[in-house]
Design a protein around this ligand. Structure first.
Ligand code: 8X3
Length: 229
């Protein structure tokens, strides 16, 4: 069989880039998608070039671009075995913080973007009996004071279960990966000390996708040991 193929959004840095590295190390081919093309090109080259890593410029809030990302994956590699809907970002807490337009972009990216990423990849995943993964958060189960970000991640938690039920009987597995504090650009300075690092989350992703076909890991919640929330 050809090496399996994983499509990763928000892959230009942080968790997405770490998952791409872990997947290639484990013998996968990857499609790394994000808005920042320069970072994607450098990552794809570093991962071994077009035979193993294809960069795709994609704004996950635009259906045409998301659909084109799935099409590019199929053109390049002929199959999609896993997708990680990872693109997302946070906002200052407080319902008088940020701007309505910033909120709109966050909800569109974190919720709608994840949904249309699944939508675009599901036909290929049904063919491969593949795996859909969503990047949730500890904030998708706990409620942060004044956190619209938390509200968006509760939506992602629900989306994973909705998709799992929708795909029941197809052989496609669905996993919510829900980390706490990870040392990424999400934070100026990760609170609490001794945060998770992107590789920690990448191991959880690879754990989920490396199970035999009859094992469906549905949720992985993970925190730094030092995190209470
Ligand atoms: C952000 C991590 O712990 O603030 O997704 O929920 S946490």
């Amino acid at each position: 069989m050809d090496a399996p193929v994983m499509v990763i959004t928000g892959a230009s840095d942080g968790i997405g880039a770490a998952v791409a590295r872990a997947a290639v190390d484990a013998g996968w081919r990857v499609v790394v998608a994000a808005r920042r093309r320069d970072l994607l090109d450098a990552l794809a080259a570093d991962l071994g070039g077009p035979s193993v890593a294809v960069p795709v410029t994609c704004d996950v809030t635009e259906w045409d671009e998301v659909q084109a990302m799935a099409d590019e994956a199929l053109t390049a590699f002929g199959r999609i075995d896993a997708v990680l809907a990872n693109a997302g970002f946070g906002a200052k807490r407080g319902f008088l913080e940020e701007s309505p337009e910033f909120w709109r972009e966050m909800i569109l990216t974190n919720v709608y973007g994840a949904a249309i990423t699944l939508r675009a990849c599901i036909p290929a995943l049904r063919e491969s009996r593949g795996h859909a993964l969503l990047m949730g958060s500890i904030s998708g189960r706990q409620v942060g004071t004044g956190s619209l970000y938390s509200s968006s991640k509760w939506a992602v938690t629900a989306m994973a279960e909705a998709a799992r039920k929708d795909l029941h009987g197809t052989g496609v597995r669905v996993t919510l990966i829900a980390p706490g504090i990870v040392d990424t650009a999400f934070y100026d300075d990760p609170p609490g000390g001794d945060p998770l690092v992107p590789d920690d989350v990448a191991r959880a992703v690879m754990f989920a996708v490396s199970q035999p076909p009859h094992v469906s890991i549905n949720e992985v919640y993970m925190r730094p040991t030092s995190q209470e929330f």
